[in-house]
Design a binder for this molecule. Structure first.
Ligand code: UDP
Length: 354
C-alpha cells in the first residue's frame, strides 16, 4: 500500500520521525515537505539528527506571509502530487497550515485522511491552529487522539468512529533521542521558548515578557524562533539590555531536549514543549490563557500565566515537588498507528473489490 505523509513545520518533522521508521517496512512511503519551515535550523537539522530520509517532494511555498495564501499554494501543489501518486491514504500531523492544506487536498480527491494528534482543542478560534485542527478532524477517517480529553472533544463534536488512543508519537520521538542527551551548561537556569502571535507580534507585550525574564533570579536560556527574531529585528530591540537572558538561535532536537532535561523550570508558549516538559518530569509555566494539553495542568505540573507575569518569580522561587503521571504512552505509538492504518487500507481495498 501507498501512503503520502505531509509535513512542513518543525514539530511535524519531529513527530514524523518514529512514524517514518514504522512505515518503512509496511508501506510505499512518500513524504511531502511543504516548505512552511525551511531554514537549516528549523528543518534540515531534524532530518539529519533523526536520520530521516530526504522528503520525496520539497515544495517551495515561498515566503507567502498570509495564512490564506500560504494554505492555498500548498493546497494546489499537494493536489497535483496526490493525483500523480494516487496513494491509498494521506497522513497529516497536528495543526499547521500544512496539515489543513494536506487534508483539504486529500478530501477533494476522496483519499482517506489519517490525522495524528487529533482532538486537541484550545477552544480559542482566534488561533489559526484551532481552525486547522477542527477542520482536519472533521475531514479525517482515522483519528489518533493522544489524550482522553482529546477523545472527549471529538465525541462532543460528533466524531466517534475511527478514533484511536494509542499514545503520543512525541513520546516515541523523545525516547529515540534520550540516550544522546547531555548537560550544556554548568550553572542552573530556566529554559524559555516563545513564538505564539499573542506573545510576539506586539512590541509592548514582547518587551514586557523579556523584562520579566530578565528579572528572574536564574539565567534564562532562550532559543529565538524565527518569527520572534524577525519582530525583534523589525522593532530594533537591543538584546544586550537583557543581560540575564542567553539568546541563542533555534536549536536542534537533541539540544532542545537536553536544555529541558537539565533546566530548573521550563517557560514556554509551545504546545510540544509543554508536553516534553511533562514527559521529562520538569515543571512548566505556559504563557498562554489556555492549553490543549489540559492533563499537564493537574497537580500544578504545568501552570498557565498570561496577564500577571510578575507572579512568575514567586512561582519559580516557591516551587514544590510535583507528581508526574504516565500520560503519553510507552513510546510505541508509531508502530500501533501504522498497524491500524495498514488494517484500514486492507479493509478499504477489500471493500473496493467486493
Ligand atoms: N524545538 C527544537 N528546537 C527549538 C525549539 C523547539 O528542537 O529551538 C522542538 C521541541 O523540542 C519540540 C518542538 O520543537 O519537540 C516544538 O515545536 P514548536 O514549539 O515550534 O511548535 P508547537 O509545538 O508549539 O506547535
Amino acid at each position: 500500500p501507498k501512503i503520502v505523509s505531509i509535513i512542513g513545520a518543525r514539530p511535524q518533522f519531529i513527530k514524523h520521525s518514529p512514524v517514518a521508521l514504522a512505515l518503512q517496512s509496511k508501506f510505499d512511503s512518500i513524504t511531502i515537505h511543504t516548505g512552511q519551515h525551511f531554514d537549516q535550523n528549523m528543518s534540515q537539522v531534524f532530518f539529519e539528527e533523526l536520520k530521516m530520509p530526504k522528503p520525496t517532494y520539497m515544495l517551495n511555498i515561498g515566503k507567502a506571509s498570509q495564512h490564506g495564501a500560504q494554505t492555498a499554494i500548498m493546497l494546489q501543489e499537494i493536489e497535483n502530487i496526490l493525483i500523480r501518486e494516487s496513494p491509498d491514504v494521506v497522513l497529516v500531523y497536528g495543526d499547521t497550515n500544512s496539515t489543513l492544506a494536506g487534508a483539504l487536498a486529500a478530501a477533494k480527491l476522496n483519499i482517506p485522511i489519517v490525522h495524528i494528534e487529533a482532538g486537541l482543542r484550545s477552544f480559542n478560534r482566534e488561533m489559526p491552529e484551532e481552525v486547522n485542527r477542527v477542520l482536519t478532524d472533521h475531514l479525517s477517517k482515522l483519528l489518533f487522539a493522544p489524550t482522553s480529553s482529546a477523545i472527549a472533544n471529538l465525541a462532543n463534536e460528533g466524531i466517534k468512529e475511527g478514533v484511536y488512543r494509542v499514545g503520543d508519537v512525541m513520546c516515541d520521538s523523545l525516547n529515540l533521542m534520550k540516550p544522546f542527551l547531555e548537560k550544556k551548561l554548568n550553572e542552573s537556569y530556566y529554559f524559555v521558548t516563545l513564538h505564539r502571535p499573542y506573545n510576539t507580534d506586539e512590541k509592548d507585550r514582547l518587551v514586557y515578557i523579556l523584562g520579566i525574564l530578565n528579572g528572574l533570579s536564574k539565567k534564562v536560556v532562550f532559543p529565538i524562533h524565527p518569527r520572534t527574531q524577525n519582530n525583534l529585528k523589525k522593532w530594533m530591540i537591543d538584546l544586550d539590555t537583557f543581560d540575564n537572558i542567553i539568546f541563542i538561535p533555534p536549536v536542534g532536537y537533541e539540544a532542545c531536549l537536553s536544555y529541558q532535561t537539565f533546566a530548573d523550570y521550563i517557560i514556554t508558549d509551545s504546545g510540544g514543549i509543554q508536553k516534553e516538559a511533562y514527559m521529562l518530569k520538569k515543571p512548566c509555566i505556559t504563557i498562554r490563557k489556555e492549553t490543549e494539553w489540559v492533563e499537564t495542568l493537574d497537580g500544578g505540573c504545568n501552570m498557565l500565566v498570561f496577564e500577571e507575569l510578575e507572579s512568575l518569580r514567586s512561582i519559580l522561587e516557591n516551587d514544590e515537588a510535583k507528581e508526574f503521571k504516565d500520560l503519553y504512552g510507552d513510546g510505541h505509538a508509531a508502530e500501533a498507528i501504522v498497524a491500524i492504518i495498514e488494517e484500514f487500507v486492507i479493509g478499504e481495498k477489500a471493500l473496493a473489490k467486493a
